[in-house]
Write a new protein. Structure first.
Length: 119
Protein backbone atom coordinates (compact mmCIF):
# COMPACT_ATOMS: atom_id res chain seq x y z
CA UNK A 1 0.00 0.00 0.00
CA UNK A 2 2.90 2.29 0.65
CA UNK A 3 3.98 1.64 -2.92
CA UNK A 4 0.68 3.10 -4.16
CA UNK A 5 1.29 6.34 -2.26
CA UNK A 6 4.93 6.47 -3.29
CA UNK A 7 4.01 6.15 -6.95
CA UNK A 8 1.38 8.85 -6.46
CA UNK A 9 4.04 11.18 -5.08
CA UNK A 10 6.36 10.38 -7.97
CA UNK A 11 3.57 11.11 -10.45
CA UNK A 12 3.48 14.77 -9.39
CA UNK A 13 5.89 16.77 -11.50
CA UNK A 14 8.71 18.54 -9.62
CA UNK A 15 7.68 21.79 -11.32
CA UNK A 16 4.58 21.80 -9.11
CA UNK A 17 6.73 22.09 -5.99
CA UNK A 18 8.94 24.71 -7.61
CA UNK A 19 5.92 26.74 -8.68
CA UNK A 20 4.44 26.65 -5.19
CA UNK A 21 7.75 27.75 -3.69
CA UNK A 22 8.07 30.56 -6.21
CA UNK A 23 4.61 31.81 -5.14
CA UNK A 24 5.96 32.27 -1.63
CA UNK A 25 4.72 29.10 0.06
CA UNK A 26 6.84 27.41 2.63
CA UNK A 27 7.91 23.85 1.75
CA UNK A 28 5.41 22.34 4.20
CA UNK A 29 2.60 24.43 2.71
CA UNK A 30 3.62 23.46 -0.81
CA UNK A 31 3.54 19.79 0.08
CA UNK A 32 0.26 20.07 1.98
CA UNK A 33 -1.71 22.20 -0.47
CA UNK A 34 -0.14 21.38 -3.85
CA UNK A 35 1.70 18.06 -3.91
CA UNK A 36 -0.33 15.84 -1.57
CA UNK A 37 -3.78 16.52 -3.12
CA UNK A 38 -2.45 15.64 -6.56
CA UNK A 39 -0.60 12.57 -5.27
CA UNK A 40 -3.67 11.40 -3.39
CA UNK A 41 -5.90 11.68 -6.43
CA UNK A 42 -3.45 9.56 -8.42
CA UNK A 43 -2.89 6.91 -5.75
CA UNK A 44 -6.49 6.30 -4.58
CA UNK A 45 -7.34 3.74 -7.32
CA UNK A 46 -4.28 1.63 -6.53
CA UNK A 47 -4.95 1.91 -2.80
CA UNK A 48 -8.58 0.82 -3.21
CA UNK A 49 -7.49 -2.13 -5.37
CA UNK A 50 -5.01 -3.18 -2.67
CA UNK A 51 -7.70 -3.02 0.03
CA UNK A 52 -10.07 -5.14 -2.04
CA UNK A 53 -7.28 -7.64 -2.77
CA UNK A 54 -6.50 -7.96 0.94
CA UNK A 55 -10.16 -8.51 1.74
CA UNK A 56 -10.36 -11.26 -0.87
CA UNK A 57 -7.34 -13.01 0.57
CA UNK A 58 -9.18 -14.55 3.51
CA UNK A 59 -6.11 -16.18 4.98
CA UNK A 60 -4.52 -12.76 5.40
CA UNK A 61 -7.77 -11.21 6.58
CA UNK A 62 -8.49 -14.03 9.04
CA UNK A 63 -5.26 -13.14 10.84
CA UNK A 64 -7.05 -9.94 11.85
CA UNK A 65 -9.63 -12.17 13.65
CA UNK A 66 -12.32 -12.45 10.99
CA UNK A 67 -13.55 -15.98 10.54
CA UNK A 68 -12.13 -17.54 7.39
CA UNK A 69 -15.15 -17.74 5.08
CA UNK A 70 -13.80 -20.38 2.73
CA UNK A 71 -12.83 -22.66 5.61
CA UNK A 72 -16.32 -22.28 7.08
CA UNK A 73 -17.90 -23.12 3.72
CA UNK A 74 -15.73 -26.24 3.47
CA UNK A 75 -16.84 -27.26 6.97
CA UNK A 76 -20.50 -26.79 6.07
CA UNK A 77 -20.06 -28.84 2.90
CA UNK A 78 -18.36 -31.59 4.92
CA UNK A 79 -21.01 -31.63 7.63
CA UNK A 80 -24.23 -31.28 5.64
CA UNK A 81 -23.21 -32.24 2.06
CA UNK A 82 -24.95 -29.12 0.72
CA UNK A 83 -22.36 -27.80 -1.69
CA UNK A 84 -24.49 -25.40 -3.74
CA UNK A 85 -26.06 -23.74 -0.71
CA UNK A 86 -22.74 -23.35 1.08
CA UNK A 87 -21.00 -21.87 -1.94
CA UNK A 88 -23.95 -19.55 -2.58
CA UNK A 89 -23.69 -18.26 1.01
CA UNK A 90 -19.94 -17.84 0.51
CA UNK A 91 -20.54 -15.68 -2.55
CA UNK A 92 -23.20 -13.64 -0.72
CA UNK A 93 -20.90 -12.98 2.25
CA UNK A 94 -18.01 -11.98 0.00
CA UNK A 95 -20.38 -9.66 -1.84
CA UNK A 96 -21.54 -8.13 1.45
CA UNK A 97 -17.95 -7.48 2.47
CA UNK A 98 -16.49 -6.33 -0.85
CA UNK A 99 -19.31 -4.34 -2.44
CA UNK A 100 -19.33 -1.47 0.10
CA UNK A 101 -15.53 -1.24 -0.02
CA UNK A 102 -15.57 -1.18 -3.81
CA UNK A 103 -18.32 1.45 -3.95
CA UNK A 104 -16.54 3.60 -1.37
CA UNK A 105 -13.28 3.39 -3.33
CA UNK A 106 -15.07 4.30 -6.55
CA UNK A 107 -16.84 7.24 -4.92
CA UNK A 108 -13.62 8.50 -3.37
CA UNK A 109 -11.79 8.16 -6.68
CA UNK A 110 -14.51 10.10 -8.50
CA UNK A 111 -14.54 12.88 -5.89
CA UNK A 112 -10.76 13.26 -5.97
CA UNK A 113 -10.57 13.10 -9.76
CA UNK A 114 -12.78 16.16 -10.13
CA UNK A 115 -11.40 18.05 -7.15
CA UNK A 116 -10.26 20.94 -9.33
CA UNK A 117 -6.94 19.78 -10.76
CA UNK A 118 -7.68 21.12 -14.21
CA UNK A 119 -10.18 18.46 -15.31
Amino acid sequence: MAEAFRSGLEAVEPIQMESALSLGMRPTQAIRYVVLPQALSVSVPAFAANVIFLLKETSVFSAISLMDLMFTAKDLIGLYYKTAESLFLLVVFYLLILLPVSLLGSLLERKLRYAGFGT
